[in-house]
Design a protein around this ligand. Structure first.
Ligand code: ZN
Ligand code: ZN
Length: 408
C-alpha cells in the first residue's frame, strides 16, 4: 500500500562538537529521538561527499534534481520565491538595500530597513537602461530582487555585493569572454550607479537621516541566475506536492519544480517563527497532497550567528512544536512515511555551511535499526549508512511503495 510522504528539513541542523558535544547531542528532543529509535537512520551528503552545499543546491538535490545539471544561479529562485515569473533570457539577481558612505558600504542591510521600501522600489523601477527592461521587487526586510529583461544577457557575471562592510562595493565583471556577459556586467554597473543617484536624494532616506537612521542609498546585486527548465515534481514522481517554508529562496526552488506553496500565518524564517502553525499546516496538507515538504530555517540562522544556546533551543522548539505535534496526529494521518533531516551542516565553530554529512531518520514501514537518538554521531551507526541526497527521493519512493520496478 502506498503511503504519503512528509519531508521535514531543519536548515543547517548538522554540526561539529563544541566542547565535546553538538547542539543535537545536548538538546532535549524526545520526539526526534522517537523517530530515530522507531525508524531507520543514517547520514547523508546532500549534494556529494565533500561538497559544501548552498541551501538552493542542497534542496534541488534532495528533491532529486541534480544541481550540477540544473543549478544556474540563486537569483532565479529568489525571483520565483518573491512571486516574479521569469521568462527565457531574463537574468535575475538577489539584492540588498544597503548604506554607502564615502565610497564604502557601512551597513549591508541599511539599518535593517523595513519602512518606505515600496516607494523606493517604485522609483527603482523607473530606471532606464539601454534596450533592456528593469523589473525590481522588494522582498522581506532589506532584501529585493532585480530582473533584467532583454536580448543578449548572461548570468555569468560577478557580484556587486562585497558581502563585507567598511569596504567599497565590487565592480561587476564578466566571468567569461562572451559579448553577453560583458554587456550584462556593464548594465549591472550602470544600474548600481543609478540606484545611488536616485536614492541619495530620496524622501524616504531624507526622513530616515532626519531621525538618525541609516539611509538605504544603494542597491547591491549578487547571485545572478537564469530560469532553468526542469521536469515538474509531479511528472517525475507522479505525486502532488506542497511546500511550507518562510524562506524566499526555498519557496522559489519549490515553485520552480511545480510544488504548491502553502501560506502560513506567523512564519518568519527566523528563530521567532510560529513553527507550530507550520506543523498544523503540514498535518492539514497531508490530507490533500501525496508529498509535503516542511522547511524550518531558524537552526541555520542560529548557526550563522554562532549562537550555541539559540541553536539548541531552536532544536527543542522544533521537537516540541513540530515533531511532537505531528507524532500526536499520526493516528489521523495513517499510512505516512516521515523523513527528518537537514539540507547541510552549519557548524557553530565556523558559522558557515560545511560538507559534514547530515543526520537522517525515516519513520514508516522500514527496517528499524539500533539507533536510539537523533544526532550526527548516533545516526552514523544506522541502517541507511551513508547516502547521497540525490538518491533520497528514490529511497523514500521505495519505502512509501511508490517505486516502479526496474526490469522484470
Ligand atoms: Zn540551508
Ligand atoms: Zn545558511
Amino acid at each position: 500500500m502506498q503511503t504519503k510522504l512528509l519531508l521535514i528539513v531543519c536548515d543547517g541542523l548538522g554540526d561539529r562538537p563544541v566542547n565535546g558535544v553538538t547542539p543535537l547531542e545536548i538538546a532535549n528532543k524526545p520526539n526526534m529521538d522517537t523517530i530515530a529509535s522507531e525508524g531507520i537512520c543514517g547520514i547523508m551528503d546532500t549534494v556529494r561527499a565533500g561538497i559544501r552545499p548552498g541551501s538552493d543546491t542542497s534542496h534541488l538535490s534532495l528533491f532529486g534534481y541534480d544541481p550540477f545539471k540544473y543549478y544556474k544561479g540563486r537569483g532565479a529562485f529568489e525571483a520565483s520565491g518573491t512571486g516574479l515569473k521569469l521568462q527565457k533570457g531574463d537574468v535575475a539577481f538577489r539584492c540588498n538595500f544597503a548604506t554607502i558612505k564615502n565610497g564604502r558600504i557601512i551597513d549591508r542591510r541599511a539599518g535593517r530597513i523595513e519602512d518606505g521600501l515600496d516607494e523606493i522600489a517604485n522609483d527603482i523601477n523607473t530606471i532606464k537602461l539601454k534596450n533592456i527592461e528593469i523589473i525590481f521587487k522588494r522582498g522581506a526586510g532589506h532584501r529585493g530582487v532585480l530582473v533584467f529583461r532583454g536580448k543578449g544577457l548572461s548570468h555569468n557575471v560577478s557580484d556587486v555585493d562585497p558581502e563585507n562592510e567598511n569596504v567599497p562595493y565590487n565592480i561587476c565583471k564578466p566571468l567569461d569572454n562572451s559579448i553577453d556577459a560583458r554587456k550584462t556586467a556593464k548594465l549591472v554597473n550602470e544600474f548600481t550607479k543609478e540606484t545611488i543617484d536616485i536614492l541619495s536624494k530620496h524622501p524616504v532616506n531624507r526622513e530616515r537621516e532626519g531621525k538618525g537612521k541609516l539611509p538605504a542609498n544603494i542597491i547591491l546585486c549578487r547571485g545572478a541566475g537564469i530560469k532553468v527548465d526542469m521536469p515538474s515534481f509531479e511528472e517525475k514522481y507522479g505525486m502532488s506536492a506542497a511546500c511550507i517554508s518562510a524562506t524566499t529562496l526555498i519557496k522559489g526552488v519549490c515553485r520552480d519544480v511545480g510544488m504548491d506553496i502553502i501560506d502560513v500565518k506567523g512564519i518568519t524564517g527566523h528563530i521567532d517563527s510560529n513553527i507550530a502553525n507550520k506543523a498544523d499546516a503540514a498535518i492539514k496538507a497531508l490530507k490533500r497532497y501525496d508529498f509535503v515538504f516542511l522547511h524550518i530555517k531558524g537552526t541555520d540562522e542560529a548557526s550563522h550567528d554562532g549562537d550555541f544556546n539559540s541553536k539548541k533551543s531552536m532544536i527543542e522548539r522544533i521537537d516540541k512544536e513540530v515533531i511532537g505535534r505531528i507524532l500526536k496526529h499520526l493516528k489521523d494521518i495513517k499510512d505516512i512515511t516521515i523523513v527528518l533531516t537537514a539540507d547541510h551542516s552549519t557548524p557553530l565553530s565556523i558559522k558557515q555551511h560545511s560538507a559534514d554529512p547530515v543526520p537522517i531518520a525515516i519513520l514508516g514501514d522500514v527496517r528499524a535499526d539500533d539507533v536510539k537518538r537523533f544526532t550526527e554521531r548516533d545516526c552514523a551507526k544506522g541502517g541507511l549508512n551513508r547516502i547521497c541526497g540525490i538518491n533520497l527521493m528514490d529511497i523514500i519512493m521505495d519505502l512509501s511503495n511508490r517505486s516502479k520496478l526496474f526490469g522484470a
